[in-house]
Design a protein around this ligand. Structure first.
Ligand code: ZN
Length: 335
């Protein structure tokens, strides 16, 4: 089965051709235009998708000498995301499907992230999914590969947003995640004590906006020099990883109580690229009989390969829907 997929939910224009379980070609264009604004500007994102999607699709087909008529299924991210951006990718992909007389499958972006680790790992169920992106921070339970249940999520900022906002407050460029990780390497992680909202609560919800407020106060009380930036980056990263671990630990204890016996945890989304957080979580779970999985590097941040894979993995004829309207808010259907 040859699938062509597009992803345009935020600021990545990405196209992929996947054949069964192998990536034939995958091109992602990351929009640089938002850097000077310190965050994604929706109107600029849609315009940039419009400028790029045709060009990178032509490159993709040309590079591998693929005729669009040879594609069996066309898939596109249809939500959640920026509506203008979703419209560009989904309308473009639908038009290719119509001209090739092939089915169009709408894909939920979150399901793309959730299934991303099953591309390169054989998942042991029941499994937890820790979804960490710029737009979402969620924990899902998968009893088996067809059962997905949302256990909890951030009640305010997403984790990636917390990285970006903190970076901005301490004078680091957008996107903030990679910058904070780099600065933190030479900082003192015990220099600043930051709050851990909701960690003690008996649920799976997160809250990150209070950390940003605390960082803002610290920037007013301290001189923002190189050492401050390094120390604050390290303290922030440590705090975030402790929140994730504490939530996971409490969550697992509760699930054990309900005899769920979790056997693995998938850490997915752009923030799963953070080596410090990965190491901390891995060290915590070592010898605890729980496997930790990550997606392939090219499937961590927003990308079309995970959309193609979600399409292949869950394909059935009932999912074909050329008239599906993109939705800025869209949750994962719980089975
Ligand atoms: Zn995403």
């Amino acid at each position: 089965m040859l699938v062509f997929a597009t992803e345009t939910s935020c600021d990545e224009t990405s196209v992929c051709v996947m054949e069964n379980k192998s990536i034939v070609e995958h091109i992602t264009f990351s929009q640089e235009i938002h850097k000077k604004h310190g965050g994604v500007v929706p109107e600029l994102a849609s315009r940039s998708h419009l400028e790029k999607i045709q060009i990178i699709t032509n490159q993709l087909f040309y590079k591998r000498n693929i005729e669009p008529q040879k594609i069996d299924l066309f898939a596109a991210t249809c939500g959640p995301g920026l509506i203008g951006s979703l419209l560009v990718g989904s309308t473009f992909t639908k038009s290719l499907a119509i001209s090739s007389k092939k089915p169009f499958i709408p894909i939920n972006h979150l399901e793309g992230h959730i299934h991303s680790t099953s591309f390169n790992n054989s998942i042991k169920y029941p499994s937890l999914i820790l979804l960490l992106t710029g737009g979402h921070t969620q924990i899902y339970l998968m009893q088996n590969e067809n059962h997905i249940e949302l256990l909890g999520e951030s009640v305010d900022d997403a984790i990636g947003e917390a990285f970006d906002k903190t970076a901005k407050l301490i004078g680091l460029p957008y996107p903030g995640g990679a910058e904070i990780e780099k600065q933190a390497l030479n900082g003192d992680e015990n220099k600043f004590i930051l709050p851990k909202p909701l960690v003690k609560e008996k649920n799976f919800n997160f809250s990150f906006s209070g950390i940003k407020t605390h960082v803002s106060l610290l920037t007013k009380k301290n001189k923002i020099d190189k050492q401050f930036t390094k120390d604050l980056s390290a303290s922030f990263q440590k705090n975030i990883s402790e929140i994730l671990i504490e939530k996971l630990e409490r969550g697992l204890k509760r699930l054990d109580y309900f005899n769920k016996n979790i056997r693995s945890i998938s850490i997915v989304g752009g923030v799963s690229n953070n080596k410090y957080i990965r190491n901390k979580i891995e060290n915590f779970f070592i010898n605890k009989n729980i496997e930790i999985y990550y997606p392939l590097k090219e499937m961590m941040a927003d990308n079309a390969a995970m959309i193609a894979w979600a399409c292949i993995k869950n394909y059935n004829e009932q999912k074909v829907d050329l008239f599906f309207k993109p939705q800025p808010r869209m949750s994962v259907i719980t089975n």
